[in-house]
Design a protein around this ligand. Structure first.
Ligand code: PLP
Length: 411
């Protein structure tokens, strides 16, 4: 007898990115104990939950402590009170109608985007934009949907769609056959977006090629540009070929509270071995009912509070705060002659290193000479080489200070 490990786990390239960043920062801090480091690397929010959210959260906790309002297991798919507010506030204003049974409340978009691949056969070919949010790739590697990673940083059997300044961060349609396409717009890490027309190209492609789009809209709330879609369902025909993931993490500071949702329209069908149509919505329902017991009642009440007029106003103030930081970063980097992307419809700023310095070398320059912690673009995939990501998730004062220091550097 022996317990055999899932060998596919050994295919995963250890993600040294944040570990390596932490190691370099720690070493620098040890050697320079007086250095005042400004952290602009990690993609986590910094502003606390708002008053209205906390009030709803508290009230719901109190309900849980009273016999007549106590709730045990809730619906695995989420409470209707939240689902109805999601549809009414996040989709109806865009002209998108959804049924309650098409929205699944969850503990976040990382979990949903990581879990969703379970519904598909192992021999499906996945495509990802490059650079990429690592969850899409790693969850498929674990499931055996890739081969080994090469020295060039690309996994076998995964199709990479480069997004660089050369194509203005608009991925080209794949030349080879692909089945499942992960798209994330506004994008992490590049901060760039697609227009409605540019996203329509992908919806049309999916329809023509029997492909499915897994659309991560975690940064939807940061969009300020007019013709950038907030939901993929704004694109005609998308309900037949797209799943959408949303998260309260970045919009409302729920990174530590945990809540999000995914939309699985009834129109989405995939094929079984016999070539017959299989509806995806009941499969995801089955998966969630079997492996998930729902998000806690107080958390769902807290999330619902975002949709009240007061809640909305407070959330917007936080978003505005971050986006003011993003503007400071953009403008400062541009003013010293750097090529800067993102930061308009997203809290991420992605810039090209000067003189084609590689990502990690420039990371060290920013750390040593400006005491600013960034994220090297190469950590998000081969096409991220030569870029750096900065985030707007900091205080305004520290953001200004960091830009001041970077502006004084000589490249
Ligand atoms: C932060 C982030 C998420 C959100 O994940 P949660 O699990 O909801 O906190 C999802 N996708 C991307 C691309 C992200 O950057």
């Amino acid at each position: 007898m022996a317990v055999n490990v899932n060998e596919y786990y050994s295919n995963i390239q250890n993600n040294y990115l944040f570990v390596e960043i932490a190691r370099r920062v720690e070493k620098y801090q040890e050697e320079n104990p007086d250095a005042d480091l400004i952290k602009m690397g990690i993609g986590d929010v910094t502003r606390p939950l708002t008053k209205t959210v906390i009030k709803a959260f508290h009230d719901a906790v109190d309900e849980m402590g009273q016999a007549d309002t106590f709730r045990g297991y809730g619906p695995e798919q989420g409470y209707d009170f939240l689902i109805e507010d999601v549809i009414k506030n996040d989709f109806n204003p865009l002209g998108v109608e959804l049924k309650n049974s098409e929205v699944f409340i969850s503990d976040g978009a990382k979990c949903d985007t990581g879990n969703f691949q379970e519904l598909f056969s192992q021999d499906n070919i996945i495509a990802v934009t490059d650079p990429v949010y690592p969850v899409y790739v790693d969850s498929n590697v674990m499931a055996g949907r890739s081969g080994k990673i090469g020295d060039d940083g690309f996994y076998e059997n995964i199709v990479y769609l480069p997004c660089t300044s050369e194509n203005n961060f608009v991925p080209a349609l794949p030349e080879e056959d692909v089945d499942i396409i992960y798209l994330c717009f506004p994008n992490n890490p590049t901060g760039t977006t697609l227009t409605k027309d540019q996203l329509k190209v992908w919806v049309d492609y999916a329809k023509e090629n029997d492909a499915l789009i897994l659309f991560d809209a975690a940064y939807e709330a940061f969009i300020s540009t007019d013709n950038v879609p907030h939901s993929i369902y704004e694109i005609e025909g998308a309900k037949e070929v797209a799943i959408e993931f949303r998260s309260y993490s970045k919009v409302a500071g729920f990174t530590g509270t945990r809540c999000g949702y995914c939309v699985v329209p009834e129109e989405v069908y995939v094929k079984n071995e016999a070539g017959e149509d299989v509806q995806l919505n009941p499969l995801w329902n089955r998966r969630q009912s079997t492996k998930f017991n729902g998000v806690s009642y107080p958390v769902q009440r807290a999330a619902q509070a975002i949709y009240t007029p007061e809640g909305r106003k407070e959330i917007q103030e936080n978003l505005d705060y971050y986006m003011k930081n993003a503007a400071v970063i953009r403008e400062s980097l541009e003013s010293i002659g750097l090529e800067v992307y993102g930061g308009i419809d997203s809290p991420y700023i992605w810039f090209k290193t000067p003189e084609n310095i590689d990502s990690w070398t420039f990371f060290d320059i920013l750390l040593d000479e400006a005491n600013v912690v960034s994220t090297p673009g190469a950590g998000f995939g081969p096409s991220g080489e030569g870029y750096i990501r900065l985030t707007a998730f900091n205080t305004y004062e520290k953001t200004v200070e960091a830009m001041d220091r970077i502006s004084k550097l000589e490249f």
